[in-house]
Every structure is written in C-alpha cells, then in structure tokens.
Design a protein around this ligand. Structure first.
Ligand code: URA
Length: 435
C-alpha cells in the first residue's frame, strides 16, 4: 500500500478500508506521508466524502495516534461540550466553569482558530501567562482539584488532530462533514468522558450553512458516540450572525467574564444555559427545568465566576484579569462604523465578519502566523435592532491602522439595513440525540 494509491482510490470515489485510513494517519505522524500528500488526501475526502464506516475508522485512527485519558480516579460524572465552530462563539469560556461549579467534571480539549472561526485556546491565551499546553498528568491533577481544565491536543492527546487541523486550516478543507466529525469526536472520545453535548452551528458563519448539512453532521457524530457507548446530544444553533457582541480573542475573554458576572448578552446566555442544561441532564439525570434553575443560580450568584478564577490560576494565568481588564492586551487603534441609513438591521453576515477578523489578525492565514490577541470587533447593533443614519453599528480594533481602516470600510457590507421591522433569528433550532 502507498499513499499515492490511497489518495487515488479516494479521489476516484472508492471506499477506503480502515487499514488504509490508519496507514495515512500513521504516515502523517511518522513523516512517511509528507504534508503535501496528506493535503491532497484531505482534498480528495473533501470532494468525495466518506461514508459512516470510513468516518468511524478515521476517528479511531486519530484516537489511536495518542492516549485515551483514564479519569476513573475522579468521582464526578464527566461530560464535555464541543462546538463545530462559529464567529464570536465564546460559549466554552462561560459554560465549562459554570457546569463544573455544579459537581460535574468538564475535561475540555479545545481547538485554535480554524478557517474564519475563532478558537477557545487562542482566546484563553489572551490572559497573561495562561497555559493551554499541559501534560496529561497536569490536566488530571487540575481536574481532580477543580473539576475543569481546558487544554489543546498535544503530542500525547490526539496528536493526529493537531497536525491535521493545522493542515485543513490552510488548505480550504475545513468544511467537510467527515473531517469535522472525526476531528471533534477523536478529541472528545480521548478525554475519558461519559457523555458529550455538541453545539452544531448552522448558518452563514458556520461550516454547515444549511440545516440539512447540520443535521447530517449531528447524526454522524451521535452515531460515532453510540458505537463507543457514549451518550451524545446535539443542539443545532444559529450562526447567521456573530454570537454575543464581540469577536476577537481578548474582547471575547472580556465578554465571557462579563457574562460570568451576570452581565452577558442575551443570546450568549440563552445558548450557554441550554447547552448547560443538556450537560447536567446527561451527567446527573436531572430534569431540564431543575438543571436550568441550578445553572441560573450558579451563573448569577458568582459561583461560576469563582470557578473560572480557579481555572485561570491553576493554568498559570493572572486571575486578577477578572477585576482588572487592563491586564488584557489592548490595541492601538479603534474606528467606528456608522449606519448609512435609518431602518432595521436585517443581516450581520457572520462569515464576512469571520473573514475580516482574520484580516485584522484574530486568526491565521498560514500555520505559523502570529495572532493579534487585542484585535477584533464590538457590535453595537445586531439583527432586529433599530438604527438611525449615522448611528454607530460597530467598533473595529487593531494594531495596524491600515488594516483597521480597510476592515472598517468592508464591515459596512456585512450589514443590511431595511425599512420593515425584522425579528432576531431563533437561536436554538433542533435537538438530535443518540438513544
Ligand atoms: N472544531 C474542531 O475541533 N474540529 C473541526 O474540524 C471543526 C471544529
């Protein structure tokens, strides 16, 4: 078997067996299959797709590339949440400490910015000295102490995802159902969890643009969970416009802390509470309403915020950031974007915002790009809001004046203003679960 033959087989639309898929993943990690051949393999998968057996085999090959963590030492139920990726999606930053503050262990292995979407790890690294690259031992120690830790895939944990994720990010092969399903499920099934809640984003700013594709992705991931005897619940949620009012790494940390103080935007609160309720139901067999009540109490009493403080401290970060936002990176420049006419906001295109956020330096164009943690957007108006001509729609932040100017000019076209009243989009669309 050679990489060439396997690429050719997939390119021609034939089904691969698990040995062939394992060969490619092993080869990528050992260096026997060079990046350029693996990139061609990814592109072949992108165009030809993979059936359930192939997707399941790819997930298993990726799990096999590292260790599966044994968390049996922890007495609490272990449940995690993962998003398929969105713009302004800072849910994990609020949800992980929130659920962990209610006697559920949340062992979270997260990702970096991918394509036009942001990454939890990049956001957390805006906090001075926060470490996302921890050993498995340190990860478990932190979980034993505080029930929550958020780290990235490492050389020990799903190293295949780390490598493949970075290649997909720069080869336009992100928005593929089998590749997303295998990437997410390999990370989650290596965490030693009992159950998983998925946030499948749908709409312009998501990798799945239509409800049909999102349902298909949810079903594949739930089915992979079932093969592994894990309860998986997926909520399909709106990503037509950015979630919350900020996009950008440090800005999203600020908004997450504000939310943990009880001052979060309504959409972020609603999605966090809905996902949290599913996590509590999975972990503690509570009814939806009891779970929601407990979550609200923990969110608005400061209990979840204290858990976030401990998380920052345990991972080496400066927890004073919670009281002192000036410790976060600050950009040199800020430019306002104003409404060109009076009316109602009918569109705030999350995909355009995501692409512009890369332009500002919030994400990466190539694997080795450095991120500008201070750059991003604050949205003053979102879908359904009334606006008068000249009123501020958004503020653009960054350290490169030319880019801030360019992005401010472009951002106008992400908005659509109409004369008729507009309803904000429904946030939670469908729930899919495995029995
Ligand atoms: N999040 C992941 O971890 N992987 C993907 O492929 C997409 C979103």
């Amino acid at each position: 078997m050679t990489a060439y033959e396997i690429i050719l087989k997939k390119r021609n639309g034939q089904e691969l067996n698990s040995a062939e898929i394992q060969y490619m993943v092993n080869g990528l990690l050992s260096g026997e299959v060079p990046d350029y051949q693996f990139s061609a393999f990814l592109m072949a998968i992108y165009f030809q797709g993979m059936n359930f057996n192939e997707t399941s085999a790819l997930t298993q090959a990726m799990i096999n590339s590292g260790k599966v963590i044994d968390l049996s030492i922890i007495p609490y139920p272990k449940v995690d949440k993962h998003s398929t990726g969105g713009v302004g999606d800072k849910v994990s930053l609020v949800l992980a400490p929130l659920v962990a503050s209610l006697d559920v262990c949340v062992p979270m292995i997260s990702g970096r910015a991918l394509g036009h979407t942001g990454g939890t790890l990049d956001k957390l690294e805006s906090i001075p000295n926060f470490r996302t690259a921890l050993s498995e031992d340190d990860f478990i120690k932190i979980l034993q102490k505080i029930n929550v830790s958020i780290i990235g895939a490492t050389e020990e944990l799903v190293p295949a995802d780390k490598k493949i994720y970075a290649l997909r990010d720069v080869t336009a092969t992100v928005d593929s159902i089998p590749l997303i399903a295998a990437s997410i499920m390999s990370k989650k099934l290596s965490e030693g969890i009992d159950g998983l809640v998925l946030d499948i984003k749908v709409g312009q700013g998501a990798f799945m643009k239509t409800l049909r594709e999102a349902k298909q992705l949810a079903r594949v991931m739930c089915a992979i969970g079932r093969v592994k005897n894990k309860k998986v619940t997926a909520l399909l949620t709106d990503m037509s416009q950015p979630l919350g009012n900020t996009v950008g790494n440090a800005l999203e940390i600020w908004e997450a802390i504000q939310t943990l103080k009880g001052y979060g935007p309504k959409d972020l609160q609603e999605i966090t509470l809905a996902l949290g309720a599913e996590m509590l139901k999975t972990a503690r067999n509570l009814s939806y309403n009891t779970a929601k009540k407990l979550l609200r109490k923990a969110l608005f009493s400061g209990q979840a915020l204290e858990k976030f403080r401990m998380l920052i401290k345990m991972q080496g970060g400066d927890e004073q950031v919670i009281e002192n936002y000036s410790l976060l990176p600050h950009p040199k420049y800020r430019l306002s974007v104003a409404a060109s006419k009076t009316g109602y906001i009918a569109k705030l295109d999350a995909f355009k915002v995501g692409i512009l956020s890369i332009e500002l330096g919030c994400g990466r164009r190539t694997v080795n790009d450095k991120i500008d943690h201070s750059a991003g957007f604050v949205f003053k108006k979102k879908i359904g809001d009334k606006v008068t001509k000249g009123e501020e729609l958004a503020v653009v932040y960054g350290n490169n004046l030319e880019k801030v100017r360019y992005v401010s000019d472009q951002l106008v076209s992400a908005y659509k203003i109409v004369q008729k009243k507009v309803k904000p989009p429904k946030l939670i669309l469908i729930k899919i679960t495995n029995p």
